[in-house]
Design a binder for this molecule. Sequence first.
Ligand SMILES: C[S@@+](CC[C@H](N)C(=O)[O-])C[C@H]1O[C@@H](n2cnc3c(N)ncnc32)[C@H](O)[C@@H]1O
Length: 229
Amino acid sequence: MTASQRGDNHDHAPPSPGHGWHELAHQWDQRYSASPQVFRAEPDHTLVELVGALPAGRAVDLGAGEGRNSLWLASRGWNTTAVDASGVALQRLEANALAQGLHVSTLVADLVPYLEAAVSRGEHFGLVVMAYVHPGPEQRPGLLSAAASAVAPGGHLFVVGHHLSSLGKAGPPDPDRLYVEDDVRDALTGLELLRLDRRGGVSDVEDHGTDLVVWAQRPVGRLTGPPGR
Ligand SMILES: C[S@@+](CC[C@H](N)C(=O)[O-])C[C@H]1O[C@@H](n2cnc3c(N)ncnc32)[C@H](O)[C@@H]1O
Protein backbone atom coordinates (compact mmCIF):
# COMPACT_ATOMS: atom_id res chain seq x y z
CA MET A 1 0.00 0.00 0.00
CA THR A 2 1.37 3.43 -0.89
CA ALA A 3 1.50 6.60 1.11
CA SER A 4 -1.26 8.04 -1.03
CA GLN A 5 -3.59 5.12 -0.35
CA ARG A 6 -2.97 5.34 3.37
CA GLY A 7 -3.25 9.11 3.29
CA ASP A 8 -0.11 9.38 5.45
CA ASN A 9 1.60 11.70 3.00
CA HIS A 10 -0.87 14.32 4.21
CA ASP A 11 -1.84 15.85 7.52
CA HIS A 12 -5.43 14.60 7.57
CA ALA A 13 -7.27 11.35 6.87
CA PRO A 14 -9.60 11.45 3.86
CA PRO A 15 -13.15 12.48 4.76
CA SER A 16 -16.04 10.10 3.99
CA PRO A 17 -16.67 9.90 0.26
CA GLY A 18 -20.02 10.60 -1.38
CA HIS A 19 -22.44 8.03 -2.79
CA GLY A 20 -21.05 6.14 -5.80
CA TRP A 21 -17.48 7.26 -5.18
CA HIS A 22 -16.04 3.77 -4.56
CA GLU A 23 -17.40 2.64 -7.92
CA LEU A 24 -15.92 5.72 -9.61
CA ALA A 25 -12.58 5.14 -7.87
CA HIS A 26 -12.57 1.51 -8.97
CA GLN A 27 -13.34 2.46 -12.59
CA TRP A 28 -10.53 5.03 -12.67
CA ASP A 29 -8.09 2.58 -11.06
CA GLN A 30 -8.94 0.08 -13.78
CA ARG A 31 -8.49 2.68 -16.50
CA TYR A 32 -5.08 3.75 -15.19
CA SER A 33 -3.98 0.15 -14.60
CA ALA A 34 -4.71 -0.71 -18.24
CA SER A 35 -1.80 1.33 -19.56
CA PRO A 36 1.49 2.72 -18.27
CA GLN A 37 0.45 6.29 -19.09
CA VAL A 38 -3.13 7.28 -19.86
CA PHE A 39 -2.94 11.07 -20.22
CA ARG A 40 -0.35 13.37 -21.70
CA ALA A 41 2.66 14.33 -19.59
CA GLU A 42 2.88 18.05 -20.44
CA PRO A 43 1.10 20.53 -18.18
CA ASP A 44 -1.92 22.38 -19.49
CA HIS A 45 -0.54 25.20 -21.65
CA THR A 46 -3.14 27.76 -20.53
CA LEU A 47 -2.38 26.97 -16.89
CA VAL A 48 1.31 27.54 -17.64
CA GLU A 49 0.53 30.90 -19.29
CA LEU A 50 -1.71 32.09 -16.46
CA VAL A 51 0.20 30.81 -13.45
CA GLY A 52 3.74 31.26 -14.76
CA ALA A 53 3.85 34.88 -13.62
CA LEU A 54 2.30 34.36 -10.17
CA PRO A 55 4.33 34.04 -6.99
CA ALA A 56 4.26 30.44 -5.75
CA GLY A 57 2.13 29.53 -2.75
CA ARG A 58 -0.10 26.65 -1.78
CA ALA A 59 -1.94 24.83 -4.57
CA VAL A 60 -4.40 21.98 -4.83
CA ASP A 61 -4.89 19.94 -8.02
CA LEU A 62 -8.39 18.42 -7.95
CA GLY A 63 -8.70 15.19 -9.93
CA ALA A 64 -4.94 15.36 -10.49
CA GLY A 65 -4.71 11.98 -12.22
CA GLU A 66 -1.11 11.14 -13.15
CA GLY A 67 -0.21 14.64 -12.08
CA ARG A 68 1.05 16.51 -15.14
CA ASN A 69 -0.20 19.83 -13.67
CA SER A 70 0.80 19.03 -10.07
CA LEU A 71 4.32 18.16 -11.15
CA TRP A 72 4.67 21.37 -13.14
CA LEU A 73 3.37 23.43 -10.19
CA ALA A 74 5.80 21.70 -7.81
CA SER A 75 8.65 22.40 -10.26
CA ARG A 76 7.69 26.11 -10.05
CA GLY A 77 7.88 26.11 -6.27
CA TRP A 78 4.20 25.64 -5.46
CA ASN A 79 3.49 23.62 -2.31
CA THR A 80 1.10 21.27 -4.10
CA THR A 81 -1.49 18.76 -2.95
CA ALA A 82 -2.85 16.34 -5.56
CA VAL A 83 -6.25 14.82 -4.80
CA ASP A 84 -7.75 12.02 -6.85
CA ALA A 85 -10.08 9.03 -6.62
CA SER A 86 -7.44 6.76 -8.10
CA GLY A 87 -4.62 5.43 -5.94
CA VAL A 88 -3.09 3.93 -9.09
CA ALA A 89 -2.81 7.37 -10.72
CA LEU A 90 -1.38 8.93 -7.56
CA GLN A 91 1.25 6.18 -7.20
CA ARG A 92 2.33 7.05 -10.73
CA LEU A 93 2.44 10.73 -9.81
CA GLU A 94 4.56 9.94 -6.72
CA ALA A 95 7.00 7.87 -8.78
CA ASN A 96 7.36 10.69 -11.32
CA ALA A 97 7.82 13.26 -8.56
CA LEU A 98 10.56 11.13 -7.00
CA ALA A 99 12.28 10.68 -10.36
CA GLN A 100 12.22 14.44 -10.94
CA GLY A 101 13.32 15.34 -7.40
CA LEU A 102 9.99 17.04 -6.67
CA HIS A 103 7.55 16.77 -3.80
CA VAL A 104 3.77 16.65 -4.21
CA SER A 105 1.47 15.65 -1.32
CA THR A 106 -1.08 13.12 -2.51
CA LEU A 107 -4.44 12.12 -1.18
CA VAL A 108 -6.97 9.56 -2.39
CA ALA A 109 -10.28 11.27 -1.64
CA ASP A 110 -13.62 12.33 -3.04
CA LEU A 111 -13.28 15.97 -4.09
CA VAL A 112 -16.31 17.64 -2.49
CA PRO A 113 -15.95 16.08 1.00
CA TYR A 114 -12.21 16.76 0.82
CA LEU A 115 -12.80 20.45 0.00
CA GLU A 116 -15.52 20.86 2.61
CA ALA A 117 -13.29 19.34 5.30
CA ALA A 118 -10.32 21.51 4.24
CA VAL A 119 -12.37 24.72 4.27
CA SER A 120 -13.96 23.84 7.61
CA ARG A 121 -10.42 23.52 9.05
CA GLY A 122 -9.71 27.00 7.70
CA GLU A 123 -7.45 25.76 4.87
CA HIS A 124 -7.44 27.85 1.70
CA PHE A 125 -5.25 27.76 -1.38
CA GLY A 126 -3.53 30.40 -3.46
CA LEU A 127 -4.36 28.24 -6.47
CA VAL A 128 -7.09 25.68 -7.06
CA VAL A 129 -6.75 23.68 -10.30
CA MET A 130 -9.30 21.31 -11.79
CA ALA A 131 -8.59 19.89 -15.26
CA TYR A 132 -10.96 17.62 -17.15
CA VAL A 133 -13.06 16.50 -14.21
CA HIS A 134 -16.56 15.83 -15.54
CA PRO A 135 -19.10 14.95 -12.87
CA GLY A 136 -22.79 14.63 -13.67
CA PRO A 137 -25.12 17.66 -13.53
CA GLU A 138 -26.24 16.84 -9.98
CA GLN A 139 -22.65 17.06 -8.68
CA ARG A 140 -21.12 19.73 -10.94
CA PRO A 141 -22.50 22.90 -9.27
CA GLY A 142 -21.53 21.59 -5.81
CA LEU A 143 -18.06 20.67 -7.01
CA LEU A 144 -17.48 24.05 -8.67
CA SER A 145 -18.70 25.98 -5.66
CA ALA A 146 -16.65 23.79 -3.27
CA ALA A 147 -13.58 24.46 -5.45
CA ALA A 148 -14.34 28.19 -5.38
CA SER A 149 -14.76 28.19 -1.60
CA ALA A 150 -11.23 26.79 -1.18
CA VAL A 151 -9.60 29.78 -2.94
CA ALA A 152 -7.80 32.09 -0.52
CA PRO A 153 -8.30 35.88 -0.71
CA GLY A 154 -6.23 37.07 -3.66
CA GLY A 155 -5.92 33.46 -4.90
CA HIS A 156 -7.04 31.96 -8.21
CA LEU A 157 -9.18 29.16 -9.57
CA PHE A 158 -8.31 27.48 -12.87
CA VAL A 159 -10.80 25.07 -14.41
CA VAL A 160 -10.60 23.51 -17.84
CA GLY A 161 -12.96 20.95 -19.27
CA HIS A 162 -14.56 19.75 -22.47
CA HIS A 163 -17.22 22.20 -23.67
CA LEU A 164 -20.69 21.00 -24.68
CA SER A 165 -19.82 21.77 -28.32
CA SER A 166 -17.26 18.94 -28.11
CA LEU A 167 -20.00 16.37 -27.92
CA GLY A 168 -19.08 13.42 -30.10
CA LYS A 169 -15.58 14.78 -30.70
CA ALA A 170 -13.93 14.80 -27.29
CA GLY A 171 -14.73 14.16 -23.66
CA PRO A 172 -17.53 12.12 -22.10
CA PRO A 173 -20.24 10.87 -24.48
CA ASP A 174 -22.93 12.17 -22.07
CA PRO A 175 -23.82 15.83 -22.90
CA ASP A 176 -24.85 16.43 -19.28
CA ARG A 177 -21.25 15.97 -18.22
CA LEU A 178 -19.86 18.65 -20.55
CA TYR A 179 -19.27 22.24 -19.47
CA VAL A 180 -21.23 25.33 -20.55
CA GLU A 181 -20.53 28.93 -19.59
CA ASP A 182 -23.74 29.53 -17.63
CA ASP A 183 -23.19 26.60 -15.25
CA VAL A 184 -19.80 27.96 -14.36
CA ARG A 185 -20.97 31.56 -13.94
CA ASP A 186 -23.73 30.48 -11.56
CA ALA A 187 -21.49 28.31 -9.38
CA LEU A 188 -18.53 30.58 -8.66
CA THR A 189 -19.90 32.50 -5.71
CA GLY A 190 -17.58 35.11 -4.29
CA LEU A 191 -15.01 34.96 -7.10
CA GLU A 192 -14.34 37.53 -9.78
CA LEU A 193 -14.44 35.88 -13.19
CA LEU A 194 -11.32 37.04 -15.07
CA ARG A 195 -11.69 34.68 -17.99
CA LEU A 196 -14.44 32.42 -19.25
CA ASP A 197 -13.71 31.42 -22.82
CA ARG A 198 -13.26 28.59 -25.20
CA ARG A 199 -10.10 27.27 -26.81
CA GLY A 200 -9.34 24.57 -29.33
CA GLY A 201 -9.36 21.27 -27.49
CA VAL A 202 -5.92 20.24 -26.34
CA SER A 203 -7.30 18.19 -23.54
CA ASP A 204 -5.72 15.41 -21.62
CA VAL A 205 -5.45 13.45 -24.88
CA GLU A 206 -5.34 14.56 -28.54
CA ASP A 207 -8.78 15.78 -29.54
CA HIS A 208 -10.74 17.87 -32.04
CA GLY A 209 -13.15 19.40 -29.61
CA THR A 210 -13.42 22.66 -27.71
CA ASP A 211 -12.40 23.31 -24.13
CA LEU A 212 -13.97 25.75 -21.70
CA VAL A 213 -11.37 27.67 -19.68
CA VAL A 214 -12.21 29.35 -16.39
CA TRP A 215 -9.84 31.73 -14.57
CA ALA A 216 -11.21 33.47 -11.52
CA GLN A 217 -9.88 35.27 -8.48
CA ARG A 218 -11.15 35.82 -4.97
CA PRO A 219 -10.91 39.51 -4.17
CA VAL A 220 -8.48 40.28 -1.37
CA GLY A 221 -10.22 40.37 2.00
CA ARG A 222 -13.22 38.30 1.00
CA LEU A 223 -13.65 34.68 2.04
CA THR A 224 -17.33 34.18 1.35
CA GLY A 225 -19.69 35.50 -1.29
CA PRO A 226 -21.93 38.49 -0.78
CA PRO A 227 -25.15 37.70 1.16
CA GLY A 228 -27.81 35.99 -0.88
CA ARG A 229 -25.52 34.72 -3.65
C1 LIG B 1 -9.71 12.93 -17.20
S1 LIG B 1 -8.80 12.67 -15.73
C2 LIG B 1 -7.87 14.20 -15.68
C3 LIG B 1 -6.57 14.06 -14.92
C4 LIG B 1 -5.73 15.33 -14.84
N1 LIG B 1 -6.47 16.42 -14.23
C5 LIG B 1 -5.23 15.75 -16.19
O1 LIG B 1 -5.70 16.75 -16.73
O2 LIG B 1 -4.34 15.05 -16.71
C6 LIG B 1 -10.04 12.96 -14.46
C7 LIG B 1 -9.55 12.58 -13.06
O3 LIG B 1 -10.50 13.04 -12.11
C8 LIG B 1 -10.59 12.07 -11.07
N2 LIG B 1 -11.90 12.22 -10.43
C9 LIG B 1 -13.13 12.28 -11.05
N3 LIG B 1 -14.10 12.43 -10.13
C10 LIG B 1 -13.50 12.47 -8.92
C11 LIG B 1 -13.97 12.60 -7.57
N4 LIG B 1 -15.27 12.73 -7.29
N5 LIG B 1 -13.08 12.59 -6.58
C12 LIG B 1 -11.76 12.45 -6.83
N6 LIG B 1 -11.24 12.33 -8.09
C13 LIG B 1 -12.10 12.34 -9.11
C14 LIG B 1 -10.39 10.74 -11.77
O4 LIG B 1 -9.94 9.74 -10.90
C15 LIG B 1 -9.36 11.09 -12.85
O5 LIG B 1 -8.04 10.83 -12.41
